[in-house]
Design a protein around this ligand. Sequence first.
Ligand SMILES: Cc1cc2nc3c(=O)[nH]c(=O)nc-3n(C[C@H](O)[C@H](O)[C@H](O)COP(=O)(O)OP(=O)(O)OC[C@H]3O[C@@H](n4cnc5c(N)ncnc54)[C@H](O)[C@@H]3O)c2cc1C
Ligand SMILES: NC(=O)c1ccc[n+]([C@@H]2O[C@H](COP(=O)([O-])OP(=O)(O)OC[C@H]3O[C@@H](n4cnc5c(N)ncnc54)[C@H](O)[C@@H]3O)[C@@H](O)[C@H]2O)c1
Length: 486
Amino acid sequence: METVEYDVVVIGGGPAGENAAQYAVEGAQVDGRPMTSAIIERELLGGECSYWACMPSKALLRPIAVADVTGDLQGVSTAHVAAKALLERRDYWVSHYDDSGQETWADGAGIGVVRGDGRLVGERTIRVTSTSGDDVEVRARRAVVIATGSAALVPEMYADALPWDSRDATGVVEVPDRLVVVGGGVVACEAAIWMSALGSEVTLVVRDRRLLGRTEPFAGEAVLAGLRERGITVHLGTEVSDVRRDAPEATGIGKVHGGAVTLTTSADELVADELLLSIGRAPRLDDLGLSSVGLTADDVTAGRLPEWLHAVGDASGGPPLTHWGKHQARVVGARIAAAASGEVAWEPDREAPVPQVVFSDPEVASVGMTEAEARDAGHDVVVSRVPTSAAAGTGLLRDTVVGESQIVVDATTRLLLGATFVGVEAGELVHAATVAIVGDVPVHVLRHAVASYPTAAELWLRLLEDLPRSFRTPPAMETGQPRSRR
Ligand SMILES: Cc1cc2nc3c(=O)[nH]c(=O)nc-3n(C[C@H](O)[C@H](O)[C@H](O)COP(=O)(O)OP(=O)(O)OC[C@H]3O[C@@H](n4cnc5c(N)ncnc54)[C@H](O)[C@@H]3O)c2cc1C
Ligand SMILES: NC(=O)c1ccc[n+]([C@@H]2O[C@H](COP(=O)([O-])OP(=O)(O)OC[C@H]3O[C@@H](n4cnc5c(N)ncnc54)[C@H](O)[C@@H]3O)[C@@H](O)[C@H]2O)c1
């Protein structure tokens, strides 16, 4: 069996793995020579995000969002979604499922690519099985990084019906006439929109009494109203107890997987041509050979790892978001690079807050704690919530601006704990909140970050104005303490 050696070996070439491989060697030297790294990838370099998750979903959603705006903007005629062209746009953005562009990137960055299924067989040693059946042993002189991503959950009750998962939804080829979506999270709220725009009659079956359970309740309510306005049926508080399908068939990604599907639910019996299961994901840590180094999947997600082994991205059990996985990977990569030259990489003394944008209609963007989370954590909380239409800059963007936006502030420190934006430009507005949290900017300073008129960012002024007037000066001034610049 051929054996190859690198300083750093990354198992899994998604966005997290690619960043880890790059940052671990960028400018790093060991024994007077440049550090080397390789990525082991069994499918497409670029991972779930590039081909079956973020990129195709956002490529599908954007034209729909633009068409929606034209229907709600006096002065232009209404545009309509052209299904065939929409799917062609998706195919362009997934590079027609060809990863040669990513391979060129790896080549340019000096990162080796080993094709095949990677499995730990001992300390710093991975056996790679390629589709041709030839095994290669890949040894890491310094570090191994697990970046194997996550897989959609499919409970036993659903398995025989061969339901669609998010790969089928983003890679849709055959549009089912009737689609039932189980789940009320991010995939469900986004996929319902593009499947409905492509012509499916969509029904959501949601176990919880609300959508987007991890965000502020007002955000889930706005998304619920938006879905219903599009003609999408949403059953909240509804459990599925049985699933049957006529002639299930593994026809391939994005094709209808057999005959009609019947779901018995706590409300009604539902019959559809396809079922999309979107009830969460789990780190992909099975079959990784963890036991060969005395570890379990729980050790990986709890961070109980030997010093030579690291985990990043969805596989680490952290928030399953591309930007978060990439951030973790940059931090871990920099640690590995610094350690090689006997240094310690600089890092802030606490973990960064995790922002998330849901590209639903209306869009939802949040960072930090919700109001409930902040109260549960023991903060004395002050909340400011305004209609997202409250600034001239947001009002100008559509004829009807829906949604509300909110900041959660600690009454003692006057620091931002969290923020949620719903509606136009939500995904862009949230970044200022992330900056304010990372930079510990108190609200009396933040109000001096002047947004241009009339931009959506002026919504920040409205949010800060809506706080108690006393929050416009430092707490120290109220107690007669000396004036400070902060
Ligand atoms: C429909 C959908 C839409 C999404 N949209 C967004 C979004 O808009 N924004 C956002 O931030 N996040 C989004 N996400 C989440 C995002 O896709 C993931 O957080 C991200 O892909 C995780 O990156 P990763 O590198 O950890 O793993 P992945 O992207 O899953 O990559 C892991 C790679 O490892 C490979 N691999 C696994 N096991 C092995 C092995 N044993 N040997 C060799 N290779 C292996 C896989 O083939 C894969 O290429 C979305 C998810 C879904 C499902
Ligand atoms: N725009 C984005 O950033 C984006 C887009 C899509 C996906 N993602 C990522 O992908 C991850 C997975 O998305 P998702 O929508 O599958 O998961 P999710 O965790 O967002 O939502 C899961 C939903 O399924 C429900 N559920 C859980 N178990 C169930 C069961 N047994 N039966 C019925 N319902 C059940 C939950 O109550 C929830 O409504 C997300 O956590 C998110 O981080 C991100």
